[in-house]
Design a protein around this ligand. Structure first.
Ligand code: UD1
Ligand code: CA
Length: 445
């Protein structure tokens, strides 16, 4: 009986030298999320029973990132893609389901494509080896897929080993494969390194499978899905592909992007319907925007929630754990961190709110600062419902402003203000009549 169980092997032992980085290549972020995590996320709907990541140098980094959700196997030295899969033999001991082989530096695959590969491994027309092919504009040094008249895959020929005639084939190998787990290691045992690179090629298992009477087939994907990331330039290209996909998707879901090319989303940004996003807006990870929100231009949001009907920016910065209530207004040059701004409250200009609660309908005047940090610890500010904080106020935390209280402009508040009270802490105004005139006359003598 054939098992529908799935194991996934992610190859990531390559040196990644072209990134010129002390960070492992597969941990470089795309849309704020490591490439390897993008792959892991795509695997969730397939619910694989085993995940194995093959690493060379930088094992600790990869272990820190995915050690709790996958097994890590070290390939040392690196003798080719076939050898890289061979080193997972112990980790996959006794496994006889489908084995999906992915590359850690090919993170743009879609769930649909992965599902199509697994499907091609199952059913009546099942192939023992399913290879993901693509037709790039430029075939570069990709391996070529040799397909016969009945659409069966006969061989994969590496560019270096290919004849002139074979190099004309435009169907290329992405490297991604789905293989029958009962056959995989038997096939790999028969792979030699007798080729132009003296490496053990994973690709050789196709011809070996055919010689043993097994069938091999091709599933095709779009070039953008199988792009590999080897350099910072390619990382930026992948980022652009990701961003364009996301922009199109959000617009199709009812979000207005005034200038889509200047809005940057994170992998997990959530945006409701009838949201309008102005030009030059950046979303870091962990942002949720409810329906009917306006995010005006040049705003930067990360780790925050904006509830329906609220308005943010232009030039606003929402940092982690900012929670902006329904209908609230966050205006220009306002920074909010770890604070709840309740329904209909207004923080309209030039303000820093950190570690605070701003009650429903409260108004925070221009230039207000919560002084939340003494150099060692952070303290809370609590502003009641309907309170009015005059412009240029410093609220020295920990401090509480009661419901409906008013704080006079220019105050430095260090003590609790009772509900419905007026607190003014600035010096009272003096006037010396004619002083300015006399001063000027004295200067002229
Ligand atoms: C491989 C394919 C080629 C395909 C191309 C797509 C082989 C022999 N060739 O070529 O047909 O068109 O990918 O990009 O498979 N890796 C290891 N250990 C190793 C070698 C590689 O883990 O010993 C990993 C790398 O980290 C990388 C992936 O395998 O993620 C591919 O390796 P790479 O050296 O880029 O393969 P190519 O020679 O480009
Ligand atoms: Ca490569």
């Amino acid at each position: 009986m054939s098992s529908t169980d799935l194991a996934v092997i992610i190859l990531a032992a390559g040196k990644g030298t072209r990134m010129k980085s002390s960070t492992h290549k597969v941990l470089h972020p795309l849309a704020g999320h490591p490439m390897l995590m993008h792959l892991m996320d795509r695997l969730v709907p397939l619910s694989p029973s085993r995940k194995v990541v093959v690493v060379g140098a930088g094992k600790e980094q990869v272990e820190n990132a995915v050690g709790d959700i996958s097994e890590i196997v070290v390939q040392e030295p690196q003798l080719g893609t076939g050898h890289a899969v061979q080193v997972t033999r112990d980790a996959l001991e006794g496994f006889d389901g489908n084995v999906l082989i992915l590359y850690g530096d090919v993170p743009m695959l879609t769930e649909e494509t992965l599902q199509a590969m697994v499907d091609a491994r199952m059913g009546d027309t099942a192939a023992s080896v399913v290879v993901l092919g693509f037709r790039p504009a430029d075939t570069k040094a990709y391996g070529r897929l040799v397909v016969n008249g009945s659409g069966e895959l006969e061989a994969i020929v590496e560019h270096k080993d290919a004849s002139e005639e074979q190099r004309k084939i435009d169907l290329c190998n992405s490297g991604i494969m789905a293989v029958d787990g009962k056959e995989l290691f038997t096939l790999l045992d028969l792979v030699s390194n007798d080729n132009a690179s003296s490496e053990y090629y994973l690709t050789d298992i196709v011809e070996i499978a055919r010689s043993r009477g097994l069938t091999c087939s091709v599933v095709e994907a779009d070039e953008q899905e199988v792009m590999g990331i080897n350099s910072r330039r390619e990382l930026a290209e992948a980022e652009a592909v990701f961003q364009n996909r996301r922009r199109d998707w959000f617009m199709a879901e009812g979000v207005t992007l005034i200038d889509p090319n200047t809005v940057f989303f994170a992998h997990d940004t959530r945006v409701g319907r009838d949201v309008v996003i102005g030009p030059n807006v950046f979303f870091g990870p962990g942002v949720t925007i409810d329906d009917n929100v306006k995010i005006h231009s040049f705003s930067h949001l990360e780790g925050c929630t904006v509830h329906s009907g609220a308005s943010v920016g232009p030039f606003a910065r929402l940092r982690p754990n900012a929670d902006i209530g329904e209908g609230a207004k966050i205006g220009n040059f306002v920074e909010i961190k770890k604070s709840t701004i309740e329904k209909d409250a207004k923080v309209s200009h030039l303000t820093y709110i950190g570690d605070a609660r701003v009650g429903e309908g409260a108004n925070i005047g221009a230039g207000t600062i919560t002084c939340n940090y003494d150099g060692f610890n952070k303290f809370k500010t609590d502003i009641g419902k309907g309170a009015f904080i005059g412009s240029n106020t410093s609220l020295v935390a920990p401090v509480t402003i009661g419901d409906g209280a008013i704080v006079g402009a220019g105050s430095v508040v260090t003590k609790e203000v009772s509900a419905d009270a007026l607190a003014v802490t600035r010096a009272s105004q003096k006037e010396l009549g004619g002083w300015a005139l006399k001063f000027r006359q004295n200067q002229k003598k």
